[in-house]
Structure formats: structure tokens, C-alpha cells
Design a protein around this ligand. Structure first.
Ligand SMILES: NC(=O)c1ccc[n+]([C@@H]2O[C@H](COP(=O)([O-])OP(=O)(O)OC[C@H]3O[C@@H](n4cnc5c(N)ncnc54)[C@H](OP(=O)(O)O)[C@@H]3O)[C@@H](O)[C@H]2O)c1
Length: 429
């Protein structure tokens, strides 16, 4: 074993960074044996230097992250600050000053992954980010390496623990959205400002990263269709139960049936209770991968939290350190397929539509005609009347989102349709 240590700069020492530092210290001997050289924490960049940080030598703490990454003797920079800047400039400077990088930063990788990979490649360095998607769950490496010989057609997952906790609460207790969100906040599952989670931004960043790796195609955050889950109601859950379904916020990355394009989207959807993703409870994450040769694979586990996320960071750190000792690099960006990324209109799925209509003869026929005119075939219709008003629940066969949008626009123009109460996609069948 080499005795000269590999030097690691830790950028950020918060929820994830503090656990990375702890595991590096407590597992130092095992890590050294697995890597073939000791790893030494050479510096820790933070915003508030006076904060007491258990187990961290105060002499290592600095607020000058730029100077730390430019030192020239750093082998690996671990970026767990988050956000776009200064993380992007720090990672770029790290490559330019001789270090490889491990990051947990989904927002940055979804937005600028291609540019960062390009700098890493020019400088002959590694960029690893297993922790950026679904915390502890090994997903990036299985897609990038274990499935490198297969053809992935679909990645369907619950990649945000906060929203899964809220939806699970609504499902199991009949609570409304706000009540379930309040409980998630009180228990520490939701942040004070939950926008990134409940509006689907966090899941969309993960979908962009997963789609890019799965389809060997650049997929940016802007390419991902995004709908949050704040409009999901207790009555949507009742409708879902009537169909033998539950509701999950899903990230769905798909190759089109003709193989010529891909799509990536995040939205709430009904999935059958028999689907493995339906039984993912609380703040857990799970991702279902469908490939030509492997068939269906499911990855399940804690998708966030300090220690679980640090586990993924440490796994990357070991891989990058091994590469470093062997004077090699691991797989970089693979975007050779360069498939077009289609918009939501091209997505084909089933829909559950709930309409408020006048309770009089001929309404059902009128509504059915509008669906037929737009080429959307109806699977089932359920009608319930009450005092001159009625609700119509229509479940369609598979149709394009463009056709469904046209149908709904035309339905809204019918005098007998008082309103479109909800539209939800039905997935996983
Ligand atoms: N938390 C999770 O469960 C989880 C799961 C998966 C991925 N991630 C990702 O991991 C990353 C870190 O998340 P986190 O939850 O650990 O965040 P956090 O608890 O807010 O920690 C951020 C750390 O960065 C430091 N920092 C902020 N701005 C800085 C700057 N300009 N220069 C130097 N240091 C700076 C902070 O310093 P102070 O300590 O002085 O404030 C803090 O130590 C993010 O990219 C996040 O998306 C987190």
C-alpha cells in the first residue's frame, strides 16, 4: 500500500458534508485498504467558520473555498455545497488545478453537466455524482456501467422523498395536501420553503440526469416537463382507489416506441396498487428500470439524509481515488446517441379525467363524441348524478398528450360541461 496519502478537499460541511467527514475519519483504515492508499482530509470550506463542527480539526476549516481548490496538491474535491454558484466555478477550478471531483449537486449537474464533463475530460480528470440522484441508492453507476451493454427503454421512479411522504400520508390517512405538508415539515421531511420538492424542480433535475445517462443523450433541465403535486386532492385519491390505484409523483424517462426520440417528465400520476412503486412508503425512493435484455429492475432505498447520501459520496471517492492511483479515469459523459428530446405532446399514456357536467340526457354522448373526434379512445366511463349536476369520470386508452389536450380544450367549450375537475395520467400498466 502507498503510504503517501491522497488529499481530499471538502467543500461544504452541512447535512451531507459533516457525514462525509465523519465516515472518512471513522473508516479511515478500511478506506485506505480498499483504495490502496490513505485518504487525508486536507481542508474543509464552509460559510460560517466559527460554527462548532464535531470531529473536524478547526485548523482545516476555511471560508476561502477558491484558494483551497487551487492549492495544487489536492487529489479529489468533494463538492457538497449545493446550488449553481459558487459550486460551478469551484468545480471548474478544481479540474484546472489538477483535482478530480465528486459532487452531490443535482441542480448543477442537470443544468451544466455537459460543460463540466467537457472540462473534466480536457483535464483528464474524473467527475462522479452518484449522490446527486436518490441519495444512497446505487443508480448512476448501474445505469452507466452495469447496463452499458443493454438498451434502456424506460426509467420510472419516485426520486423525491418529501413528496412521497406527503402523498403517502394523504393516501393512508385521507389528509388534505396542506395537512400532510405540515406534518412533513414538523417531522423534518420538508424544508421551510418546500417549493423545490412539491413543485417537482428537484425531481426534474434528477430526471434530466437519469435520462441523459440512460439514453446516452444530453438532456437538460429545460427539456424536462414538470408539474408539481400541490393540486392533488383527497378526492383524487378516492378516484385512484376506485381504479385500484394510488398516486405518486413520478419521474419518467422514456424512449419513444419507434426508438427515434426520448422524453423526460415529472408529474403526479395514478399507478396500480399491484405495481412495485405503489408500495414505496414514507420518504423512501425507488426507481424502476426497463431494458431490452435485463427486463425490469427495481432500485429501492433511502433517497436522502446525511449518512445515506454520504455513503454514495464515499463510494465515488473510493472509485476516484483508485482511478487516481492507477493514473486512469472512469467513464465520462456518454452522449453519442444524441437522440432528439421530444416535448410533452409526444408522450403517450392513459388518462383519468373528472368532469362536472349537467345531469341531462345526451351529455354522455356529446362528451364521447369529443373524445372520438380527437382520436382518444375511452376505456371506461362512470357517471354520478346529484341535483341537476353530475360528475363524469372518463378513463382513456393510451393516447398522445397532444390529443388529450385538444380533447380537453374542446370539452371546456361544451355548454353541458361545467368544468374539468381533474386530469391525471395513469402510468405503470
Ligand atoms: N441533504 C440531503 O439529504 C441531500 C441528499 C442528496 C443530495 N444532496 C445534495 O448535497 C449537497 C449539500 O446538501 P446539504 O443538505 O448537505 O446542504 P447544507 O446542509 O445546507 O450544507 C451546505 C454546506 O455548504 C457550506 N457553504 C454554503 N455556501 C458556501 C460557500 N459559498 N463557500 C463554502 N461553503 C459554503 C455551508 O457552510 P455552513 O455550514 O457554514 O453554513 C454548509 O456547510 C446539495 O447539492 C444537495 O442537493 C443533499
Amino acid at each position: 500500500m502507498r503510504t503517501r496519502p491522497l488529499k481530499v478537499a471538502l467543500l461544504g460541511c452541512g447535512v451531507v458534508g459533516s457525514e462525509v467527514a465523519r465516515i472518512m475519519t471513522t473508516h479511515a483504515d478500511d478506506l485506505a485498504a480498499r483504495i490502496g492508499a490513505p485518504v487525508e482530509l486536507a481542508g474543509v470550506a464552509v460559510r460560517r467558520p466559527s460554527k462548532v463542527r464535531e470531529g473536524i480539526d478547526p485548523a482545516l476549516v476555511t471560508t476561502d473555498a477558491t484558494a483551497l481548490v487551487k492549492r495544487g496538491d489536492i487529489d479529489v474535491v468533494v463538492e457538497v455545497i449545493g446550488g449553481i454558484e459558487p459550486a460551478r466555478s469551484l468545480i471548474t477550478a478544481a479540474f484546472e488545478h489538477g483535482a478530480s471531483v465528486v459532487s452531490a449537486n443535482k441542480a448543477l449537474l442537470a443544468q451544466d453537466g455537459a460543460a463540466l464533463h467537457a472540462v473534466a475530460e480536457q483535464q483528464g480528470k474524473d467527475l462522479y455524482y452518484e449522490a446527486a440522484v436518490a441519495g444512497a441508492i446505487p443508480l448512476i453507476r448501474p445505469l452507466r456501467e452495469s447496463l452499458a451493454g443493454d438498451k434502456v427503454n424506460r426509467v420510472l421512479g419516485i426520486v423525491n422523498g418529501t413528496t412521497n411522504f406527503i402523498l403517502d400520508k394523504m393516501d393512508s390517512t385521507g389528509a388534505g395536501y396542506q395537512e400532510a405538508l405540515d406534518e412533513a415539515t414538523a417531522l423534518g421531511y420538508a424544508e421551510a420553503d418546500p417549493t423545490a420538492d412539491v413543485e417537482g424542480f428537484d425531481a426534474a433535475a434528477k430526471a434530466a440526469i437519469l435520462a441523459g445517462i440512460a439514453f446516452h443523450t444530453r438532456v437538460r433541465l429545460d427539456d424536462v416537463y414538470r408539474e408539481g403535486m400541490t393540486e392533488v386532492t383527497a378526492s383524487d385519491f378516492a378516484s385512484a382507489r376506485n381504479m385500484g390505484c394510488t398516486i405518486k409523483l413520478l419521474a419518467i424517462c422514456e424512449r419513444a416506441e419507434d426508438g427515434g426520440s426520448v422524453t423526460a417528465r415529472v408529474h403526479p400520476a395514478m399507478i396500480p396498487l399491484s405495481h412495485p412503486l405503489a408500495s414505496v412508503r414514507g420518504a423512501y425512493n425507488a426507481v424502476f428500470v426497463e431494458s431490452d435484455a435485463s427486463g425490469q429492475l427495481m432500485f429501492y432505498g433511502p433517497g436522502a439524509g446525511g449518512a445515506p447520501t454520504a455513503s454514495a459520496v464515499l463510494g465515488d471517492l473510493v472509485a476516484v481515488c483508485r482511478n487516481r492511483l492507477n493514473s486512469t479515469t472512469g467513464p465520462g459523459e456518454s452522449a453519442y446517441a444524441a437522440l432528439p428530446v421530444s416535448g410533452m405532446g409526444q408522450v403517450v399514456t392513459r388518462y383519468h379525467i373528472s368532469l362536472d357536467v349537467a345531469d341531462k340526457p345526451g351529455v354522455l354522448a356529446q362528451v364521447a363524441t369529443v373524445f372520438a373526434e380527437h382520436g382518444v379512445s375511452i376505456d371506461t366511463v362512470r357517471q354520478q348524478g346529484k341535483d341537476g349536476e353530475a360528475s363524469l369520470v372518463v378513463v382513456t386508452h393510451r393516447a398522445s398528450d397532444a390529443a388529450l389536450t385538444g380533447t380537453v380544450e374542446a370539452l371546456r367549450k361544451l355548454d353541458t360541461v361545467r368544468g374539468v375537475a381533474s386530469i391525471m395520467r395513469v402510468e405503470g400498466e
